[in-house]
Design a protein around this ligand. Structure first.
Ligand SMILES: [Zn+2]
Length: 322
């Protein structure tokens, strides 16, 4: 009986969602998505090298990483996580052999982009499917991961850069689509503190307009490749929880640079040899660099960070407004 009731409720809810959201891609984008079927990883991964919210800055113009860097052994074979139509085979950085893309449109309207496939290894089946429009099956061999020339933190960095794009062009967190990983590493809050003009400052006393920074990190099956957490939230002076952001998708939606310099504060770095994240706790897409309007006196904040596996860390910070 209970089971029957559960079925009816689930069906009713699903129907309600179905009316508003035409595709699963819409559901993900609006955060009401519950995964029915997880996809298999394209190969047994070594670790996650970057997640979608990773801060990237190699030349002074920062951007969101957008997808997952799935670290691989040298020459690892890539198997398609979904079936679907091969809609692109492209050298997207012309003349550079590191940047080959295979894109597959799945049955639910998501485009899966596999980056850093070695050109010579792209299989005939994929090439034919692209030419003829024939659908491929889940688990089809795409090719091999290209040998990456740069090491990072003393580690070989061969990786597949996997992007998932919804029908409306928004990037979706690929983690939501994949079989959950065994991730027991709890995110770490290193520091919470005061900020002025979008820059962390020392001390616990402040005059006038100010905001707060959070310095935090997470790891997934690795000890060096630190990542930004999946969710950041806080309770200010014991008020209700406020979510700064949950990375179901990016606050920027389609664009990989929008808000990056608002969400991350000055002092943040993200390249082959430096990873440090100063998050702006006052961030929201409506008021990207808002400041706290607080009365003079003592204040307290309880910050919580969470990874996608649900591991959580909480830390408090007290300060005085003069
Ligand atoms: Zn990448």
């Amino acid at each position: 009986m209970k089971f029957l009731l559960f079925l009816i409720l689930t069906a009713t809810q699903a129907y309600a969602h179905e009316k508003i959201f035409k595709t699963k891609a819409d559901k993900v984008a609006f955060g009401v998505f519950t995964q029915q079927k997880f996809h298999q990883w394209p190969f047994p991964l070594l670790s996650i090298g970057h997640n979608m919210q990773s801060y990237q800055d190699y030349s002074g113009s920062p951007y969101w990483h957008d997808g997952l860097d799935i670290r691989a052994n040298e020459d690892e074979k890539i198997f398609s996580a979904t079936g679907g139509k091969v809609i692109n085979i492209e050298n997207y950085v012309r003349g550079n052999h590191l940047y080959w893309e295979i894109a597959i449109l799945d049955e639910e309207g998501f485009v899966w982009k596999y980056h850093h496939v070695s050109k010579e290894s792209i299989t005939q089946e994929i090439v034919n499917a692209y030419k003829t429009g024939t659908k491929i099956l889940e688990g089809t061999l795409i090719g091999n991961v290209v040998k990456w020339p740069t090491t990072s933190f003393g580690e070989v960095y061969n990786h597949l850069h996997l992007l998932v794009v919804a029908a409306d062009g928004r990037y979706i967190n690929p983690f939501l689509m994949m079989s959950p990983l065994n991730d027991t590493q709890v995110p770490v809050i290193n520091k919470i503190g005061l900020a002025k003009n979008h820059k962390p400052i020392e001390g616990i006393e402040v005059k006038g307009e100010h905001s707060l920074f959070l310095e935090a990190s997470d790891l997934v099956q690795h000890q060096k490749f630190i990542l930004p957490p999946h969710k950041i939230s806080y309770r200010l002076n014991n008020e209700a929880e406020k979510v700064v952001w949950t990375f179901i998708n990016l606050p920027s939606g389609k664009n990989d640079t929008d808000y990056i310099n608002d969400f991350y504060m000055k002092g943040t770095c993200g390249d082959y040899s430096c990873r440090k994240f100063y998050f702006n706790l006052n961030f929201s897409p409506e008021k990207p660099r808002d400041v706290f309007q607080l009365e003079a006196g003592n204040h307290e904040i309880e910050v919580t960070v969470e990874d996608i596996a649900g591991n959580k860390a909480t830390k408090n910070f007290k300060w005085k407004v003069l």
